[in-house]
Design a protein around this ligand. Sequence first.
Ligand code: GLN
Length: 493
Amino acid sequence: MMMGDQKATKQLTSLGVAEARAGLAAGQFTSVALPTACLERIERVDATLHAFLRTTPDEALAAASQADRERASGDARPLLGIPIAIKDVLMTTGIETTAGSRILRGFVPPYSATAVQKLQAAGAIILGKTNTDEFAMGSSTENSGFGPTRNPWDPERVPGGSSGGSAAAVAADEAPAALGTDTGGSVRQPASFCGIVGLKPSYGRVSRYGLIAYGSSLDQIGPITKTVTDAALILELIAGADPHDSTTMPVNAPDLSAALTGDIEGMRIGIPEEYFVEGIQPEVEDAVRTAIDHFASLGAEIVPIGLPNTELALPVYYLVVTAEASANLARYDGIRFGLSVDGDSIFDHFRQTRGAGFGPEVKRRIMLGTYALSAGYYDAYYLKAQQVRTLIKQDFDRAFTDVDVILSPTSPTTAFRIGEKVDDPLAMILTDIFTTSANLAGLCGISVPCGFDAGGLPIGLQLLGPSLGEEKILRSAYAYEQSTEWRLRRPVL
Ligand code: GLN
């Protein structure tokens, strides 16, 4: 390995997980070379992008030389020596974890999230923790308590959110892959804005143990990757029942690589008319419609479907998610974790700590959620929202009796400008129109690149599948990816 050779370094950082694994197995480079190249790249571009809140170079390099020794003695674990970036809402033993919030500054968890543990058990190396909207509340990463992340395709624009740090890191070749979390779109939408792949698993597919809770009935951890193959590989490794999370489903991790055949002959793809409405950026609609024709040319059957309760998804999502957030965030009291600001009494201590530690969007959501749950309003808001949630789920149950997957844009627009929507919470919320339903209904979904707008910004399409239907969305996403060339265009930094 020609260390320090710019060209070699650049090639190494452009590798995805499967490619890095093949290169390591063939002895083309060492494990140490991988985090070394990533850290050099981070050094060069992250002052602009701010995808990472912190890196762990010493631990990463030590783990990499360990991996090289293990490989030499016959260890063939699938991720042995491969660096992965971790969204900062996932707990990591001994590594500060803040969820993008000042209230958790200095918090060093005593254990790692199950998903992180599983990646490490497969040999992966933690490269660092990526920026996020505070407690994953947002769609642009501008709500981070530590400053925004910028989009590698245009640093004046947002990378999407809330997993914007993870998406920017992967798109900018700072990491071969990353973990994100998706409560209402936070894996899929930033993947779409950054021109890469983001997979939200079915609710219950991946353990939430060690994920700092936002909306517990909606949260899922998912891979953010350069390729569909890598998304399948990582999901296989992190999936499965976990005694620490009673909402995980009692099913084994699936063999998803078998789905990556490129063959979608006869597959039925539903197109929901409600998702092609006014307000979509015309270039996004054009790109997605062109992609639909492409799927047809691959032998899929295109089937118009109706999801009549679509317009209720955003109001229902924002009632449910704020209610759950208000309960989940009650634990940040200045006593147990992170920031602690003295007050005149115990209640004043809570007030001072929470007043100083939480940012404006988090406070707004705690207030909205507390209101929706309060006596007298519970029936009118929270209970009603749960009932409508069932109707939304039934829309999908009905649709999936007829089609294998559902195709739509991931987001109504490409990446917007930093500052454009951050002071207008309603405008920000509207960007989640196509992604929140999947979380409400417990479905799986994936975003894959499907084009570029006139300004050169990536466009993503979303494929939704039924609960535990990951095999179907991966099969169709892979066939599309392999027969198009969108993934070959990379941002220039
Ligand atoms: N933008 C949505 C929200 O703010 C979704 C965020 C997420 O998926 N974590 O709630």
